[in-house]
Design a protein around this ligand. Structure first.
Ligand code: KG4
Ligand code: ZN
Length: 334
């Protein structure tokens, strides 16, 4: 079969990213412009600024991506774009940019769910083996699903309130760790001990998650200690938070492994870059003899390569979309 080159576009939050992906698994070129520094000054992503910056950056990112690639627009067979979920304004800039490219170069357009994109980041390294349990842990989502085949999902559970990444970012903020807080907490926690007694998330046997109680208890604890003039041991608090947050992911994954007997696990989304998570999920999978796939760190957080990988099965099925494509801010895996 002739090689399939897809040009993929991602702009759901604060990264402007374009990639060229060969046969759904090989990254020919990837160019990403991050706005992290700009938003860090505000302690979080400012949606209006994010969309404006995508508008400014897209043409430069495209130029850079094409310069890095030996493949030209004439060899591209389709344009793929993230259309949900994310910041509406940011998504719209990407969707309109993709439509323009598809129109000018006369290529079919493929719409991709960002969360499914995170899952397919794993296809950039290994062929996905089905059935598998997919654990998506990002800034906006915490979801556990069974994946029977390409694009065949059954959600087992999701967060009832905050996503795990959101909890990381909010806890980081009270500890004066710059946005995005996940990497900072990851580093700080490694220097501490789990010495704070914090509430554990809902201790049930369902597949759902809950992180707002844990997050709020830390915010309250820090405020109370400050008012009393007491010192916080930031490394210990970061470690205590992280231990509970990640152990809960492992506990739910373990219920899934036990109940379904599935022997393949993939983890996806920004929080899967976490060192403690990678170690602990590894131990849980080993206990059940399950194969584990986690993307390389660079493909854990938002990037267009994963969107190109997720678009490939849709290209093979001929699932194209027309120019009426619109962005949607809310979505789950299915
Ligand atoms: O997938 P992602 O890049 O964007 C969304 O789709 O939301 O995930 C971003 C989230 C942020 O909450 C960030 O703090 C978290 O991933 N994150 C981490 C780490 N690196 C990024 N959380 C914990 N440990 C990390 N090393
Ligand atoms: Zn993401």
């Amino acid at each position: 079969m002739k090689d399939v080159y897809i040009l993929a576009i991602e702009s759901s939050c604060d990264e402007t990213s374009i990639a060229i992906i060969k046969n759904g698994r090989e990254v020919v070129a990837l160019s990403t412009s991050t706005q992290m520094k700009t938003h860090a000054a505000f302690g979080g992503v400012v949606p209006e600024i994010a969309s404006r910056m995508h508008t400014e950056n897209f043409t430069f990112v495209l130029e850079d991506c094409l310069n890095k690639s030996s493949v030209g627009m004439d060899e591209i067979v389709a344009i793929a774009v993230t259309y949900k979920p994310g910041l509406l304004g940011s998504l719209l800039v990407g969707v309109e940019f993709a439509k323009t490219l598809a129109y000018v170069y006369n290529k079919p357009l493929i719409k991709v769910n960002h969360l499914i994109g995170h899952i397919y980041a794993n296809a950039l390294e290994n062929k996905l083996e089905f059935p598998l349990l997919a654990l998506v842990v990002s800034g906006g989502h915490t979801e556990l699903a069974i994946m029977e085949d390409d694009y065949k999902f059954k959600t087992l559970g999701a967060t009832l309130d905050d996503a795990i990444g959101e909890a990381y970012d909010k806890v980081a903020r009270v500890l004066n760790i710059p946005y995005p807080g996940g990497p900072g907490i990851d580093k700080l926690a490694a220097e501490g001990h789990s010495s704070y007694n914090l509430p554990k998330p809902v201790l049930d046997e369902t597949y759902n998650f809950s992180y707002s109680g844990l997050k709020s208890s830390i915010i309250n604890l820090v405020h109370n200690e400050k008012q009393r003039g007491n010192e916080i041991n930031a490394a210990d608090l970061a470690c205590s938070f992280q231990t509970i947050a990640i152990d809960e992911l492992c506990r739910k994954l373990e219920i899934g492994l036990k109940n379904t007997g599935i022997k393949n696990v993939i983890v996806a989304g920004g929080v899967s870059a976490n060192k403690y998570l990678r170690e602990e999920i590894g131990k849980t999978c080993a206990k059940y003899g399950a194969n584990l796939s986690i993307p390389k760190i660079m493909y854990c957080t938002d990037n267009a390569a994963m969107i190109g990988a997720a678009a490939y099965p849709l290209y093979l099925k001929g699932e194209f979309t027309d120019f009426s494509l619109n962005a949607e801010s809310q979505a789950n895996i299915c």
